[in-house]
Design a protein around this ligand. Structure first.
Ligand code: URA
Length: 258
């Protein structure tokens, strides 16, 4: 390989989202023997079983006994069926105040979140913090009225920040739902389409869903839910911040009314 072809191959990989080295030793996949079919089937089995169970509304066995958020985090640490765990650096479960009235649900951890093990700590998280501050909310606040609790639809970073698959979000959903049951938010704000789809069962685009209050039903409890634009989208499309601002004002109004 010439230096020019090597540079072109590297640029192509970066464009495809392969922005991290996962192993210390390079693997030449052109010569590596393919894994025997039986090994592939065995590796796929816990994943498929977990997705199927999640689709049937069954939580992993150890989740049912969790009664605190710390126990859910421990159950996630012990949950090995999600293949994203193998490529992620850290579990990224939640941040903020567990007693907050507002729960924010994002899509998936990105690079900075993967490194720090906390949701929304990168560039989009910094924008999110500024947006929240504009309506008097703060993830570090001690009082539940000003505080927020932040989590995601999935808890490990997808390689190269790709959108999580339906199977991955289905598999993580029982953990998210149990988190909602325990945290008991007054209001859920979905950042982007993925959490809005998962928690409402709707499939419209986020530009159609955003700003329209709806509900999530979790264990029979109906919780007001507001879908809004994801801060990463706002960083790419700053002109859309005016729509996000309308949604923030609507959130402020709803909190002040109750
Ligand atoms: N985007 C998300 O959806 N979640 C994070 O935690 C960070 C970026």
């Amino acid at each position: 390989m010439t230096p020019a072809t090597a540079a072109a191959a590297l640029a192509w990989l970066a464009e495809m989202g392969a922005d991290e080295i996962i192993g210390d030793t390079p693997v030449n996949r052109m010569v590596a023997a393919p894994a025997p079919a039986a090994a592939i089937v065995t590796a796929a089995r816990p994943f498929a079983a977990a997705v199927q169970a999640a689709r049937k509304g069954e939580a992993p066995a150890d989740l049912a006994s969790c009664s605190t958020l710390a126990e859910i985090e421990a159950a996630l640490s012990a949950f090995d069926a999600c293949p994203l765990k193998k490529t992620a650096t850290n579990l990224c479960y939640a941040d903020g105040n567990p007693y907050a009235r507002v729960m924010l649900v994002g899509e998936a951890p990105g690079r900075d979140e993967d490194i720090q093990g906390k949701p929304f700590v990168g560039r989009s998280g910094q924008l999110l913090d500024r947006m929240l501050a504009a309506i008097g909310l703060d993830r570090k606040a001690d009082d539940r009225d000003s505080a927020v609790f932040i989590t995601n639809t999935i808890f490990w970073r997808p390689p190269g920040n790709r959108t999580p698959t339906e199977a991955e979000t289905a598999m993580c959903l029982p953990f998210l739902l149990r988190t909602i049951e325990i945290q008991k938010p007054d209001v859920i704000v979905c950042l982007g389409a993925t959490p809005a789809h998962r928690l409402t069962g709707r499939s419209d685009g986020i530009l159609k869903l955003r700003g329209k209050w709806t509900e999530a039903t979790v264990s029979g409890r109906k919780i007001p839910l507001l879908p809004t634009l994801h801060p990463a989208y706002l960083l790419r499309q700053p002109a859309q911040k005016r729509l996000a601002w309308r949604d923030l004002l609507s959130l402020r109004q709803a909190l002040d009314a109750h």
